[in-house]
Design a protein around this ligand. Structure first.
Ligand SMILES: C[S@@+](CC[C@H](N)C(=O)[O-])C[C@H]1O[C@@H](n2cnc3c(N)ncnc32)[C@H](O)[C@@H]1O
Length: 249
């Protein structure tokens, strides 16, 4: 069972954007001021990893326009803007977008813009040399996330590269599985668990969804992506992967 995740993300953007992006205690609203450099360093590392894989496999690819889907506070758009002529971030949360714009202003980055997301990605124009997303689709129900994947792949320029990240499998210890099920699938469960865990009653959740790899690979093939490869990443209790591919030139 899955349900709409957008209202939760709008709330994370409003109450605790940096923790919403990387859920470490040190990035909570009350601590982020002293830890901003560490926060943004995590983003530089993620983009370094993606770029290293892309150039090792595909060699010299075009670096005109990059799309970062689910751009949050701009953690990944900022390092992408050092490597691409123009970066477009899309996000479902206005508050995240406002924070990303401010972070770009503070960093003197003028080649990144941020627009509000919708399921048709209707605010995007043109094509992209990179479509990128990291730790986003896992929070979106699977059918919707696959449709968004198709939208992104359709916007790739000839020779353009996709680097999209998915959760594939998650195994929680039984007690945590129970808490997750209560919070996500039982009416009133989220409020009850928030109160039990001494949090504000309306603290939003982060749903986690596991994607079927075969369907992702079919989508890549249908959209003309070749030389597809996967880099698995274990994240706590989840097996996740970045799925790379390059559109026929
Ligand atoms: C865990 S954060 C990751 C942010 C960024 N990718 C990063 O790694 O720094 C997930 C982001 O995805 C955004 N998001 C969630 N659902 C979305 C949707 N349907 N469309 C676009 N963005 C979405 C959230 O608002 C949030 O900013």
């Amino acid at each position: 069972m899955s349900f709409v995740s957008d209202s939760d993300w709008r709330k994370w953007g409003e109450i605790d954007p940096y923790f919403g992006v990387v859920s470490f205690e040190e990035f909570k609203a009350e601590r982020i001021a002293g830890n901003r450099e560490r926060f943004f360093a995590t983003g530089r590392r993620e983009i370094h990893t993606a770029m290293r894989e892309i150039s090792a496999r595909y060699g010299d690819v075009a670096h005109r326009r990059a799309l970062d889907f689910g751009s949050g506070v701009g953690r990944l758009a900022l390092p992408l803007a050092e490597r691409y002529d123009a970066v477009v971030g899309v996000d479902i949360s206005e508050a995240m977008i406002a924070e990303a714009r401010e972070n770009c202003r503070d960093a003197g980055v003028a080649n990144a813009e941020f627009v509000l997301s919708d399921d048709g990605l209707t605010r995007l124009d043109g094509s992209f040399d990179l479509v990128h997303s990291y730790i986003v689709l896992q929070h979106i129900p699977v059918e919707r996330g696959l449709a968004l994947t198709a939208q992104m792949l359709a916007r790739l320029a000839p020779g353009g590269v996709a680097c999209l990240h998915y959760s594939l499998q998650r195994t929680l210890p039984p007690a945590r599985e129970l808490v997750y099920a209560l919070k996500h699938h039982v009416p009133g469960g989220r409020i009850a668990m928030n109160l039990l865990q001494r949090r504000a009653w309306d603290t939003p959740t982060m749903q986690m969804n596991n994607y079927p790899l075969a369907r992702i690979l079919h989508l890549y093939a249908e959209h003309g992506l070749e030389d597809v490869f996967i880099t698995p990443e274990w994240q706590e209790t989840a097996l996740t992967a970045r799925v790379y591919g390059r559109k026929k030139a």
